[in-house]
Design a protein around this ligand. Structure first.
Ligand code: FES
Length: 279
């Protein structure tokens, strides 16, 4: 579980190349792992953003948005994670469909990339649309370009590509040509919007949900989502689901549950650091 290489992709976003031969051997697009970096540490679910079976490595992309993820991103090359559990979840089924539009927002590019790559290798025409808050937050653009027949960008502040949400270019592509499937990965409101647009054009849409997870094996119920009126667990039934059937309203509500505790944990840690500096 050693970190072989590490690269800062954007502010607070780090890519790790990790030695994990047993996971690499079985990994498929859509799979994820659960990572613990220290004893008593939080369990962090991260998508397998790439894998190399021959070299026995997997690629993980981590955004420092809380206490644990910020600490993980500080780990140096040569350090080891305490444990990695995986591959977990159901793989995204790769088929030759024709034209597939892959839409990602923010960190969603990391879980989208292995799907886009496999779709490309299966002979599909892949049109990729990537959105971010600003230019410096766009990640894995070269990797996405290598597997896409067409690649468009959007930024919220207009610093690169289309000025606005990525769902506008999605609407333009669906208006322009026949598309066989849309794959959308990113923040929940972005996926909900992409699903709405795909539904308008009656195009099947697949999403990868980033629900809160604890054990990752279907036992705690923390990652439950409602899909087609039925309760599903993201960790064992997903994280890939038929986007048209997902109850996004409920998912958004559940994602707000632990926000206060997380902010408290981060604040406590930073305050402690400030006190130490002041000594
Ligand atoms: S993370 Fe516990 S049931 Fe899915």
């Amino acid at each position: 579980m050693k970190i072989i290489d590490k690269k800062q992709l954007a502010p607070a976003i780090v890519k790790f190349l990790v030695e994990a031969p047993l996971i690499a051997k079985k990994a498929q697009p859509g799979h994820f792992i659960i990572l613990r970096y220290q004893e008593n540490g939080e369990r962090i679910p991260l998508t397998i953003a790439d894998f190399d079976r021959e070299k026995g490595t997997i690629t993980l992309v981590c955004q420092g948005i809380g206490k644990s993820t910020e600490e993980i991103n500080q780990l140096p090359i040569g350090a080891s994670f305490l444990d990695l559990l995986g591959p977990l979840g159901q793989p995204y089924p790769i088929k030759k469909l024709g034209t597939v539009v892959c839409v990602a927002g923010g960190l969603g590019v990391a879980p989208l990339y292995p799907k886009a790559k496999a779709l490309h290798e299966a002979g599909n025409k892949v049109i990729s649309l990537i959105g971010a808050q600003r230019k410096e937050m766009l990640i894995m653009t070269e990797e996405m370009a290598a597997v896409s027949a067409e690649l468009q960008f959007s930024t919220d502040d207009g610093s690169f590509g289309y000025h606005g949400f990525i769902t506008d270019p999605l609407r333009a592509v669906l208006t322009r040509e026949k598309v066989d499937e849309v794959v959308a990965v990113g923040p929940v409101p972005m996926m909900a919007s992409a699903v709405k647009v795909a539904k308008e054009f009656q195009v099947p849409v697949v999403v990868s949900l980033n629900a809160l997870m604890v054990d990752g094996t279907g036992m705690c119920g923390g990652c439950r989502v409602t899909v087609g009126g039925e309760t599903k667990f993201c960790c064992v039934d997903g994280p890939t689901f038929d986007g048209a059937a997902v109850d996004f309203k409920e998912l958004m509500m559940r994602q707000r549950y632990y926000r206060d505790q997380e902010q408290e944990a981060v604040h406590c840690c930073k305050s402690c650091k400030l006190e130490e500096v002041g000594k």
